[in-house]
Design a protein around this ligand. Structure first.
Ligand code: AQP
Length: 326
């Protein structure tokens, strides 16, 4: 059976970028594939977190997965730090990763320049190696990601080729599967930058934002002076809003363009705010119920960690054996 592995970092509250670019489709795979979804809390350590917030956000992500119909009886849901093999494989794989490769990672360049000198820690630099370990431990066939993560998976494939050429077939080459809904949702106030949960409040819409906040954020979203609702490279901000509209409604972009052909941005942005607020409002009701039962979340996570560890530990033992590690 095809195995799918994907993670989400609890570095902030989830945005509609995480939703449209990744999580919206995750439940569909679980009926025909062996799916592993995890909270990448070790990845969140690259920035400083309040421990209480980090713990809460970890549970939040699990609750969102359940809200979005990821079923723990079909998919394995776990927290990265509860499966120890992740940290151990990352150290090993570091030795099969070249500095030149890490230097090329655009996400590192972007994040380290934003982090400033004090935030440029080695974890941020090594992040793609831990991510390679996350998927290689499970012999993942497919890794559903937004297109910002494709470069990291290319690195994972380089590591596989390098390691396998020395020690014989050990790891499987993972391939990224891109979202059909929204490969990349962009910031609402800067369409050349990805919508990210660690950016400023008016750049994103959070899954848990209030109705008022959502409507206000879309009203304030940057557009341009052309005042036509068109998906074109000259209008990246409007194109981004069209992607979001289409992602939330399932309506093809050309039909949305036609609908707003004779109206300006005002009506389009107001409708978009209403649509997103309505959908997220429904999801929030379910989320609040699921999130309230922490004992149940812990139960799911314990079972998930056990199942994931069984597979990950086996792969780690194979690797250690090949390397001569006791
Ligand atoms: N804006 C986005 N558009 C499309 N897909 C996105 N993803 C995240 N943002 C967008 C996809 O969501 C999955 C989980 O991502 P993540 O939270 O683990 O990491 P990230 O991509 O680094 O997310 P952020 O929000 O940008 O976090 P920060 O600000 O902490 O770096 C992935 O499949 C990702 O591609």
């Amino acid at each position: 059976m095809i195995r799918v592995v994907s993670g989400i970092k609890p570095s902030g509250d989830l945005t509609i970028g995480n939703y449209l670019g990744a999580m919206i489709r995750w439940h569909e795979a679980q009926y025909e594939k062996d799916c592993f979804y995890f909270v990448a809390n070790l990845h969140a350590l690259t920035t400083r977190n309040n421990p209480v917030d980090l713990r809460n956000r970890t549970y939040d992500i699990v609750a969102w997965l359940l809200t979005l119909n990821v079923d723990p009886s079909k998919s394995t849901i776990f927290v990265q730090s509860q499966v120890k093999a992740h940290s151990e494989i990352a150290w090993i794989l570091n030795n099969y990763t070249m500095l030149g490769e890490l230097n090329k990672m655009t996400q590192f360049k972007d994040k380290s320049s934003k982090a400033g000198k004090d935030g440029q820690n080695a974890g941020l630099y090594n992040y793609p190696v831990l991510m390679a370990g996350d998927v290689l431990l499970y012999d993942a066939d497919e890794v559903p990601v937004g297109d910002d993560q494709v470069q990291h998976l290319e690195l994972a494939r380089n590591i596989v080729v390098r390691f396998n050429s020395i020690y014989g077939k050990t790891f499987k080459e993972p391939k990224p599967t891109l979202s059909v809904t929204a490969k990349r949702v962009m910031s609402l106030n800067n369409p050349s930058s990805k919508m990210s949960k660690s950016e400023s409040n008016d750049s994103f819409v959070l899954l848990r934002d209030s109705r008022e906040a959502i409507i206000k954020k879309f009203k304030r979203a940057v557009t341009d002076s052309m005042n036509r609702v068109k998906f074109t490279p000259e209008q990246p901000a409007v194109s981004n809003l069209l992607t979001i509209y289409s992602g939330f409604t399932g309506i093809p972009v050309n039909e949305i363009e036609a609908k707003y052909e004779n109206s300006g941005y005002g009506a389009f942005k107001t409708d978009l705010g209403e649509i997103v607020a309505e959908k997220l409002g429904e999801l929030q009701l379910t989320f609040n119920n699921v999130r309230a039962d922490v004992d149940k979340l812990d139960l799911i996570l314990n079972e998930g960690a056990e199942k994931a560890s069984e597979i990950a530990d086996k792969k780690l033992s194979e690797v250690k054996n090949k390397l001569g590690l006791l």
